[in-house]
Design a protein around this ligand. Structure first.
Ligand code: NAI
Length: 348
């Protein structure tokens, strides 16, 4: 029996992500939480004949039966209670001209509230953070969990999978094999915003051809497109939001991997994620050496297991151009981490 919660389930990402989680055969209970329309989305999805039993929760949804006074405002807790995995696309998205950091003020508060509910109702759940700015919101979750005495760095993930999907697609397009996009696997390390997104083209499997790697302008343009691919969507949607459908696919893909490793008996599943390096102190030491800074958070390839992160995989060999980009990524990432760690939610 596997219970998955989507928090922010009625949104642009939340709805297609909830659909994809409903289609995941490992999920037997799907709990949808949002401040609007979650009950409607749940009713809609509940007609699809897959194992997952779907329930929608609003902030004032009780735990069943007549609602007691105490249950007012307890919807998040009731939705999350007993969850194995909580995936969080709650919050506001970007509009043209905005950076992910511009979302901090609103989304930091939303993340704090949800983190408190998870700490109380499902302290052992795997927590997958999609809400931006991921570079800061993941530290916010960790700080709330630490305060509540339930922090397990092996179970907290910033979802950076969309950067990997973009890397596969854009590499295949530059290489002239657009229909073969899924065969290109490119590790993306660092963080999830602008220059903190560092695709390691030199480690692509299969390799990116020399004709691209040694053509500086082609290579720079490819890297920039992966780093700022989100802006293409924000601009094309012209005020109607940011990536939602590709993000839902990315979120479902990453959640699916965590579930397969934890509940599907599969071993050796590797995926990049933005994590607290305390998840694997032994390898964190190597990674900190590689990045040349004592950062608490970084995105690397993680090996997944029954209890979440089994291993953080060191970055390994990168080329000179990537080493330069790594310096910039670290420089930009550090203040975002500090901002998340130091965030204090105003009293309710
Ligand atoms: P949206 O506005 O369409 O949906 C957000 C949903 O969150 C809404 O349904 C809203 O009612 C809900 N919500 C607001 N406050 C809430 C609360 N306190 N509790 C539960 N739900 C709450 O936004 P969209 O496009 O779905 O984006 C969601 C977030 O995901 C944004 O922060 C966006 O920047 C981020 N994002 C992250 C990506 C990544 O790669 N990690 C990629 C794309 C977007």
């Amino acid at each position: 029996m596997v219970k998955v919660v989507v928090a922010g389930a009625a949104g642009g990402i939340g709805q297609p992500l909830s659909l994809l989680m409903k289609l995941n055969p490992l999920v037997t209970e799907l709990s949808l939480y949002d401040v609007v329309n979650a009950v409607g989305v749940a009713a809609d999805l509940s007609h699809i004949p897959t194992p997952a039993q779907v329930t929608g929760f609003l902030p004032n949804t009780g735990s069943g039966g007549p609602k007691s006074e105490d249950e007012q405002g307890q919807g998040a807790i009731n939705a999350i209670r007993g969850a194995d995995l909580v995936v969080i696309p709650a919050g506001v998205p970007r509009k043209p001209g905005m950076t992910r950091d511009d979302l901090f003020n609103i989304n930091a508060g939303i993340c704090t509230t949800l983190a408190q509910a998870i700490a109380q109702a499902a302290p052992k759940a795997f927590v997958l953070v999609i809400s931006n700015p991921v570079n800061s919101t993941v530290p916010i979750f960790a700080e709330v969990f630490k305060k509540q005495g339930v922090f397990d760095p092996k179970r907290l993930f910033g979802v950076t999978t969309l950067d990997c999907l973009r890397a596969s697609t854009f590499v295949a397009s530059v290489v002239g094999e657009p229909t073969e996009a899924s065969k290109y696997v490119v590790p993306v390390i660092g963080g999830h915003a602008g220059y903190t997104i560092l695709p390691l083209l030199s480690q692509s499997q299969p390799a990116v051809p020399q004709s691209v790697m040694s053509d500086k302008s082609k290579r720079d343009a490819l890297i920039k497109r992966i780093q700022f691919g989100g802006d293409e969507v924000v601009e094309a949607k012209a005020g109607a939001g940011s990536a939602t459908l590709s993000m839902a696919q990315a979120g479902a893909e990453f959640a699916g991997k965590v579930l397969r490793a934890a509940f599907g008996g599969e071993t050796g599943i590797i995926a990049p994620s933005y994590v607290n390096l305390a998840a694997d102190e032994a390898n964190a030491k190597t990674i900190r050496g590689e990045i040349g800074k004592d950062l608490e958070y970084f995105s690397v390839n993680v090996t997944l297991g029954k209890n979440g992160i089994e291993k953080l995989n060191p970055i390994g060999k990168i080329d000179e151009a990537e080493a330069e980009l790594l310096k910039k990524a670290v420089e930009d990432l550090e203040p975002s981490i500090v901002k998340g760690v130091n965030f204090k939610a105003p009293p309710p």
